[in-house]
Design a protein around this ligand. Structure first.
Ligand code: ADP
Length: 582
């Protein structure tokens, strides 16, 4: 029996003597227990019900709050948000979308998303719909694309849209996020316009430079050409001196023009390196003959220290290599007042088909201040503002050298101490050439020799040139070399003349009225007779902008000589065209 009941029984037996009284008393005790437990249960029920009401209320509040959050996000984002059913009927639309399309929330319940697209975009969108209809909704992937939206007032505007298929409890809908990109598109269009304008300006700059170079070189041709002729005509000693100065200044001016043109060409990324056999010895030889007199005049040494076992022939771009090295040696001589300049070439390594060479130009000159070392390779930069006054120069030489060494795959560096001297150095790799035939060797040696003006006597040349002074300069030389000639004043005359007379060589100016040199060459080459296909045509041009070499070859010419021409250059080019090895 329950202990509590036993205790109550004992208490009842103690208080009451008869069994009836005891039973009554016991029943009362039990009743009162029941009542008490009833009261407690009712109280508990009441508090449980109160608590669940509170919980419900709380739940409602949380729900309302999260809805408020979602709607605040929906209404405050800058992007338009549209929710559609899987049939593309719109079911929800935020404020940004409202502003974008000019529809109110009330209007959209019956609206299909397609109503918001321009005619043109409808087609694009139907493609997406078509693709989406091929798979189960829950397998669809989001898409991002650009479409044209159409507002209620008919305004069409570009928009970026991301379509996100969402499925919740087997129910599918699309969440579309839209961005009006009219402004971005406008900026893009403006940028494109600016880019096109900049490109046109760059082209115009190149054309302008090409024209200017032609215009400047043509009178320079007269100055240098006629000075050369006068020098060769036994002038008096005092005249000789002045003529040499005119010649020197003319050539200097040409170097400056060439620098500016070259820089422009490199800047426009239009320089392509050649890959032909050349001899470093030949290059150092021509640097020596060009700059030795200048060094001797200044009373400084100029030494050439090249490893004895350097390959006699390398493959590369001799013109550009010579340009780099001449520039560095010229600077070194220019900026050295006492002491000397060393031109050093060392072999750093060699494999079966490549050789790595170290080039350095070392001087004991004025040096470069440390804080200027980084800047001297920039265009138009000089280490000191009075450099131009004292030493001359444009500040372009090193910028060009640096770019050219870069193009060769190396890096031009400098170390210098103010007042002590500077060293410019770089390392390059060159493919090796097998030198197996002795004739090749001989050719190299021959090239070192000075040209002798013989071998062209009695030739018959057609000189095609519109400029009277250029005609005079060129014809004086032709006469001097005992070459007979005819002059054609333009391309049309040239084509007529060559039909009635056979010439051994044609010297062809490029820029001429009526028919230019390119066109005239094409007409001549188009003639079926073998002679017209074979007669050597040498371009004589004052223009050095663009890839002249390729252009003249494409037109059917055999070679070109730039004006003002060096007499030896023109002579040897003509000899070469006649098959004489020079
Ligand atoms: P430029 O010689 O025509 O002024 P460069 O581009 O060749 O232009 O050289 C830029 C500047 O670098 C020079 O003006 C000079 O201040 C400095 N520089 C170049 N080479 C030397 C050198 N060997 N010694 C001292 N300064 C030099």
């Amino acid at each position: 029996m329950n202990k509590l009941l036993q205790r109550q029984l004992k208490r009842v037996q103690r208080k009451h003597s008869t069994p009836e009284d005891q039973l009554d008393a016991l029943i009362q005790v039990i009743d009162s227990y029941y009542e008490e437990s009833d009261r407690a249960r009712r109280k508990k029920d009441r508090s449980v019900s109160l608590m669940s009401e509170e919980l419900l209320e709380l739940n409602k509040k949380i729900l309302a709050k999260s809805e408020a959050y979602i709607s605040a996000i929906m209404e405050n984002v800058a992007d338009g948000i549209i929710i559609t059913q899987d049939t593309y009927e719109i079911s929800s639309f935020n404020q940004a979308a409202e502003q974008m399309f000019g529809y109110l929330k009330e209007d959209i319940n019956v609206l299909s998303f397609e109503k918001l697209l321009s005619e043109e975009s409808l087609e694009k969108f139907s493609g997406i719909k078509e693709a989406y209809s091929q798979s189960e909704f829950f397998q669809l992937e989001g898409t991002e694309l650009e479409l044209y939206g159409k507002a209620r007032n008919g305004r069409e505007f570009p928009m970026e849209i991301s379509i996100n298929p969402v499925s919740i409890d087997d129910e599918g809908f699309f969440l579309m996020i839209l961005k009006d990109i009219s402004r971005r598109k406008r900026y893009q269009a403006e940028l494109m316009e600016a880019k096109v304008k900049a490109e046109i300006a760059a082209e115009e700059k190149t054309r302008f430079l090409s024209n200017m170079s032609h215009e400047i070189r043509t009178p320079m041709n007269a100055v240098i050409g006629l000075t050369n002729l006068l020098i060769e005509n036994d002038p008096r000693d005092d005249q000789k001196e002045m003529l040499r100065t005119i010649n020197f200044s003319g050539n200097n001016l040409l170097v400056i023009i060439n620098d500016i043109l070259d820089f422009n060409k490199i800047d426009a990324g239009k320089v392509e390196l050649e890959s032909i056999p050349f001899s470093l010895k030949e290059i150092s030889g021509s640097i020596r003959s060009a700059l030795m007199p200048k060094a001797a005049d200044k009373g400084i040494d100029l030494s050439f220290e090249m490893d004895a076992n350097l390959p006699s022939q390398l493959k590369g771009d001799p013109v550009r290599m010579s340009q780099i090295l001449t520039n560095l040696v010229n600077n070194a001589v220019k900026f050295t007042l006492e002491g000397g300049v060393r031109f050093i070439v060392k072999e750093k390594g060699r494999t079966e088909d490549k050789v790595e060479l170290y080039f350095a130009v070392q001087d004991t000159g004025i040096g470069i201040p440390e804080d200027k070392l980084d800047h001297i390779f920039e265009s138009f930069s000089q280490s000191n503002s009075n450099t131009t006054r004292k030493f001359g120069g444009t500040g372009l030489g090193l910028a060009i050298c640096k770019e050219l060494v870069d193009l060769h795959g190396g890096e031009l560096k400098v170390s210098s101490q103010l007042g002590k001297g500077s060293t410019f150095y770089f390392t390059l790799e060159f493919p090796l050439i097998e030198l197996d035939s002795p004739s090749q060797q001989q050719e190299t040696i021959k090239k070192d020799k000075k040209i002798v003006f013989s071998g062209l006597e009695g030739l018959n040349v057609l000189l095609v040139e519109d400029n009277k002074i250029n005609q005079m300069v060129a014809s004086r030389y032709l006469k001097k070399w005992k070459i007979s000639y005819q002059i054609a004043n333009n391309g049309v005359e040239a084509c007529d003349k060559i039909l009635v007379e056979r010439f051994d060589i044609v010297l062809m100016d490029l820029h001429m009225p009526e028919r230019d040199g390119y066109e005239a060459t094409r007409v001549i080459r188009a003639n079926q007779e073998a002679y017209y296909k074979e007669v050597p045509i040498i371009a004589l041009t004052a223009s050095v902008v663009g890839d002249i070499n390729r252009e003249v070859q494409e037109a059917g010419m055999n070679a070109y000589v730039s004006k003002p021409f060096q007499p030896a250059d023109l002579y040897s080019t003509m000899l070469r065209q006649l098959g004489v090895k020079v």
